[in-house]
Write a protein that binds this ligand. Sequence first.
Ligand code: CA2
Length: 144
Amino acid sequence: MSATILVLDGPNLNLLGERDPETYGTDTLASVQAQLAAKFGGVRFEFFQSNWEGALIDRLHQAHRAGVDGIVFNPGALTHTSVALRDAVEAITPPVVEVHLSNIYGREDFRHHSVLAPVCSGQISGFGAFGYLLAVSFLVHGSS
Ligand code: CA2
């Protein structure tokens, strides 16, 4: 049976491709989704973006209840602040990979700390849209 992967994006990531290409690249969320669908033909993807913390928490709970196989999560700026999102990730069963387009460790000090990373399977940061493909590859194939 094919794997189901939720790709979850947090605040402001709907603006991807519209501004700040030097930091976030030129891909849009739609082009990231198209790349994932093209690369992983056998995977069933669900995509969700919200600027609201509670909506992201609800979507994590829903993915857990639905039994998805893994979650790729770019929590945006909530990465650095949200204990509520951390609690949600910790409470659910599917593995979560935290993804950042930019290298958060090469930017402002306040971006160097992730509240969520300790409860995720791992973190990918700084490879642009390719990070989403790396995360799906891990979730689908593991380290094999
Ligand atoms: O590098 C990442 O993916 C971030 O999660 C992006 C967040 C930032 O707060 C994190 O520290 C790192 C910001 C997302 C804002 O996205 C935009 C995209 C295009 C134009 C403006 C904002």
